[in-house]
Design a protein around this ligand. Sequence first.
Ligand SMILES: [Zn+2]
Length: 127
Amino acid sequence: MNTPMTKCGPENVALKICVQTKVRIEACACRACARFAAPAAKYQAKRRDALALLERITSLINDHPTYAIAKPNWTDVEQMAHVRGNVMRLAIDLTGSDDEWATRLRIDEALCAEDDDVQDALTSALR
Ligand SMILES: [Zn+2]
């Protein structure tokens, strides 16, 4: 079978992934991938990936079916609980805290703030 090569075909993608870390090479900072690279380039690649992932997560939350936002059923609640739980875990991990449950409680207490104040409360909680 003669399949035309596409720019983003599986073969090409595999060449862009570090064999040691399984991170894309542009963002990988292992000894081999960072050997001739500038820290600024690795930093920017990692930052770009983190922002892309956060944008995707935001889309997953915002693109929930309109019927679910208007009149959710318990399956919708369960799905959003799953998303919330995973985002909470990410927030806890980003604090670098060893005390997961204390951090989780601090974040949940911050989430009790009114909508207009929740970002300030989270900023304080996630220091
Ligand atoms: Zn690497």
